[in-house]
Ligand binder design. Structure first.
Ligand code: CU
Length: 157
């Protein structure tokens, strides 16, 4: 009385698995693969003072090779560092990888950019110009909009 197994569904699942494996093998392959970076969702919550501010963004890589974010600069701040938050403690991070066909996310509670000694305190509605320096892709300039101090990108749209 059993109905026949859904063979078509099983076959489809197997094929999908194969396709994924093939895709991975191809992307880690030969030397002409390049990183193709784009930056989106950049914002800075309005800081309390010019002493220190945090910044967030997402770096997307549509290319078949990884890249590394080696440093960050801004004309509006004396120093910009990349921080990682782990277990509630933040520390300076080394070069962070943007994986091939992947993304590097800076978000509240995780990785963030730390601006030290800003020339003036950024106000909501202004933008802060940031230069991201990559090992392969060179410098990418980003205009980071200043949002309210409590801005949350998951509810803020
Ligand atoms: Cu920090």
């Amino acid at each position: 009385m059993r109905r026949p197994a859904p063979a078509a569904a099983l076959l489809a699942a197997t094929l999908t698995g194969t396709a994924l494996l093939t895709g991975c093998a191809a992307s880690s392959g030969t030397g002409d693969a390049k990183a193709e970076l784009s930056v989106h969702s950049a914002y800075m919550p309005q800081p309390l003072s010019a002493a220190m501010a945090a910044g967030f963004l997402t770096i997307e890589n549509k290319g078949g090779a990884k890249d590394e974010l080696t440093s960050v600069t801004s004309a509006g701040a004396e120093d910009v560092t990349v921080h990682q938050t782990a277990g509630g403690v933040m520390k300076e991070a080394g070069p962070l990888t943007v994986p091939a066909h992947g993304r590097l996310v800076f978000e509240s509670g995780g990785n963030h950019l730390m601006f030290d000694k800003l020339k003036r305190a950024p106000r909501q509605g202004q933008t802060v110009l940031v230069e991201l320096h990559f090992a392969e892709s060179g410098t990418v300039k980003v205009e980071m909009p200043v949002k309210s101090a409590t801005y949350n990108p998951t509810t803020g749209h």
